[in-house]
Design a protein around this ligand. Sequence first.
Ligand code: NAD
Length: 377
Amino acid sequence: MYTITLIPGDGIGPEIAEATRRVIEATGVPITWEAQDAGEDVYKKEGRPLPQRVIDSIKKNKIAIKGPVTTPIGSGFRSVNVTLRLALDLYSCLRPCRSFKGARTRYDNIDLVIVRENTEDLYAGIEFQKGREDTKRLIDFVKASTGKDIRQDSGISIKPISVYGSERIVRFAFEYARKNKRKKVTAVHKANIMKYSDGLFLEAARSVASNYTDIEFEDRIIDNMCMQLVQKPEKYDVIVLPNLYGDIVSDLAAGLIGGLGLAPGANIGEEMAVFEPTHGSAPKYKGLNKMNPFAMMLSGVMMLRHLGESNAAQRLEAAIAAVIEEGRHVTYDMKPKPDDPTAAGTSEAADAVIEKLKVSVNSDSVSKETLSAGTEH
Ligand code: NAD
């Protein structure tokens, strides 16, 4: 019996989390769920969007599955998602994106794995607000040490990228590639402009790559990478990026396979892992039983694999793939037109997956992956 922390999140989170819990239970893997609320409503009730009890529960159980949580824009509390990744040092964000038969996309041959660094870069949360005393001191320091002017009415975000953080994420990408029989790792950066942060990332990537001569290594500048992914995505395999580029390219890759409704993910550290879809809380759709639960269900597939329940993972993935291929009980985003009256609701899509689990389905849409994680220390 596994005990797993379940964070439903807010916005559409609770609906897709409930659909995911139901399909995972239908695989027969014995799980006790420890439900832990976090997010906007918790902030209103408890004064903190991410209470310590949530972190303690994950530390105890080592595994969590999480729905999306809303982050106020510009002001208000810091992102629960980012805080959680930093608090638990979940340094690797693993986001496989591959084509499902029947999904409506411009491509039918996508098989990419995005490995995003999760703890550094502009997500470190080191920011200086416009007009404050410490911001003025920082502006003076920059002028004194570099001779460069920053306008007095500037806000400043700091972008730290370390050798330690870069090497461990690139190592994760290579270990993942090796264990899952993937052929190439591409490191992405803007080292031509940011020589001391992205340049350092590239140097660290090259150094780690020299220990993995069985796997091809190359690098791309981020802007070129975006164009290449749209033009010839089949040329890429495992892609490793610093935090912000990883965030953006994850959504780009989701777009290649038919949208955010199909893009799963995992945040993985040395000891703990939190599985969550790439997409956010889509607040305007809250409570409508309308949104696609497959990205969170596929995050559940990654979780089952991480637990070593590969048979259950395989069956669940095949069941989801079969529902997608049939195209009948899928949500509006997977129908030819968004206002298609035959679109399934979130819970009906879950019912359809559960029906498929009852008859064992075979699907060649099931991924080749054997492991969700790349590191075993
Ligand atoms: P979003 O991912 O929530 O939604 C953008 C659009 O993508 C939606 O309007 C919808 O058209 C589509 N979409 C998203 N999920 C879908 C699904 N399951 N099925 C079908 N279509 C789907 O992005 P946003 O609107 O930029 O962000 C909303 C909130 O979510 C923000 O507060 C943001 O900070 C937060 N967010 C949270 C996480 C997380 O919890 N890990 C990740 C990203 C964004």
